[in-house]
Design a protein around this ligand. Sequence first.
Ligand code: ACO
Length: 331
Amino acid sequence: MPGIRILGTGSYQPQKKVVNEDFTSFIETSDEWITTRTGMKERFVSNGEPTWFMGSQAAKEAIASAGISPEDIGIIIDTSVSPDYYTPSMSCMVQREIGAVNAMTIDVNCACAGCVYAIDMAKRYLQTDENMKYALVVANENLTKITDYTDRSTCVLFGDGAAAVVIERADDGLYSSYLGADGNGAKYLFARSIPPANAFMTGEGRVDDGFPESNSHYLYQDGREVYKFATKALPNALTKAAEKIDFDLNELDVIIPHQANVRIIETAAKNLGVSMEKFFVNLDKHANTSSASIPIALDEALKAGKIKKGDKVGLVGFGAGLTFGAIIFEF
Ligand code: ACO
């Protein structure tokens, strides 16, 4: 079966680091609450660095580590829920910055499952277009600009950052994916776009979308509903991806889950009957960076020597949408 080969990875963190204790000066919280409920200790936050800039820095590192030239990239797929512009796309901004002049560009908005979706899309483009040699997947997030710092139940959870992956087609090898969504859960996790008032707007065309009322663009989360969804979606996506190729999940060497909450990962490991030791966790250092969390963890695991050539790897994401997805491949 055609698969993928990951040729290079890179990541970028903004310079400003915020530790749990830093929140105690403006909301009622504690290091102890954040650590025991989430596993998070630190996160990097943008101090003005735009989303496209973080993505481009990560992309440059990934391209250098792959040993290719930006002109050889046939497609850039960028994933973000916190882009700098409605238009142009982040993939165009990254293309401009890195000089990937021959690449077509697409943005995807699949929240925390975004990188898994993007890698699977890249694989399908590489598989069907023989002229396309390399795909660049970029995940860049500036979540702090949609974070409400008066809401203690969400503001401690998020961080900013980016990561990128250079992929080429492999003519054979292990590969399976399972992607899905449940739009009925959209109301549990959203950031609304607020149109500015204008001379023609009377509001008579307003349609109720069933979402909780809010008059801000900040991220709203029903933590308990998302928690319930996540603890099911993570094991389900991995299991379904494995079933498609009759694969035993215990054969995976490393599983890189979306880094939303260590308790979600521990529950999923238990439900799957797979050792927690196989799960790479770095949310203590980055918190939840949405679509960037899986590739940041992948890059970190590679740099730490936790993934070797030939290892069987599982990536699994879940998030707003609600979306979910898993990929199993050989490194
Ligand atoms: N500090 C102190 N107390 C807090 C804080 C805080 N930062 N936040 C909430 N609390 C309080 C609540 O007010 C509540 O108090 P009450 O009992 O007096 O009402 C109490 O702590 C318990 O609140 P819960 O919401 O029940 O806490 P829970 O244990 O469920 O943890 C959390 C909350 C961490 C958000 C959890 O529900 C969670 O991880 N949910 C899933 C999040 C996730 O996976 N998101 C992924 C997608 S993100 C994306 O797509 C961008």
